[in-house]
Design a protein around this ligand. Structure first.
Ligand SMILES: [Mg+2]
Length: 230
């Protein structure tokens, strides 16, 4: 049996998100109200701002709402750091100092699975701009569709987003599809609860008893049973 559809998580699975705190400080130190803006003092608030974005973006499902939310988030972070800069600059810096970094093996594995005729789908907890990130990486051609929490209105591990992925893929028997991700709860438990197989990409070695298979990084994915293709 080769899977009829392969669903893939993004953050922690295909790429990692990084914040260039040093760059943020470089850009905004001139706007600090009093005293020096140090990398050490900025690190906490800058990462907290990313976590806030991840947690709350689902409440902002249009580009206008998302832009407003990003602005408010950037202003809030600046305020915590006693930075007084024009708002457009704050959002511009936030945008410039975040980066999306593919794991070294990710693109080769996408290409290999694609060449075997396995239909690939992104299933991600992300804001409505995920397609732009994937397009900028030159990855959109690897995927039949991109299923995003902020668009669907449901976040993993909830069933709704998996339901939408199953619908988009046209898979009739969920056990003929597999979800691949790095989170034991969002990815593995969520997918298993919906009847999908689940591969844990266990980069931090935490494990999951519920996973159909566990691999340390994506490199081993094409060798797992079910990934032979047509
Ligand atoms: Mg993830």
């Amino acid at each position: 049996m080769s899977y009829d559809a392969v669903f893939l998580d993004v953050d922690g699975t295909l790429l990692w998100v990084d914040m260039d705190v040093r760059g943020y400080v470089e850009d905004l130190a001139p706007y600090r109200r009093n005293g020096d803006l140090t990398v050490e003092s900025a690190r906490g608030p800058v990462w907290k701002s990313l976590r806030r974005h991840i947690k709350e973006n689902i409440n902002h499902p249009t580009s206008g709402e998302l832009a407003r939310f990003k602005l408010e988030n950037a202003v809030r972070t600046a305020r915590e750091l006693e930075i007084e800069a024009p708002s457009p600059l704050l959002t511009e810096v936030a945008e410039r100092r975040i980066s999306f970094n593919p794991y070294p093996e990710a693109e080769g594995v996408l290409r290999e699975l694609g060449s075997r005729g396995l239909p690939l789908y992104v299933v991600s907890n992300w804001d409505i701009l995920l397609e732009k990130v994937l397009r900028d990486l030159g990855w959109m051609n690897y995927f039949e569709a991109v299923v995003v929490s902020a668009v669907v209105g449901s976040e993993k591990p909830d069933g709704g987003i998996f339901e939408e992925a199953i619908r988009a893929s046209g898979v009739i028997d969920p056990s003929r599809a597999v979800h691949v991700g790095n989170d034991p709860v969002s990815d593995v438990r969520g997918a298993r609860a919906r009847g999908l197989d689940a591969v844990l990409v266990d980069r931090d070695g935490g494990g999951s008893p519920e996973a159909t298979a566990t691999i340390p990084d994506l490199g081993g994915l094409p060798d797992l049973p079910g990934f032979e293709g047509k």
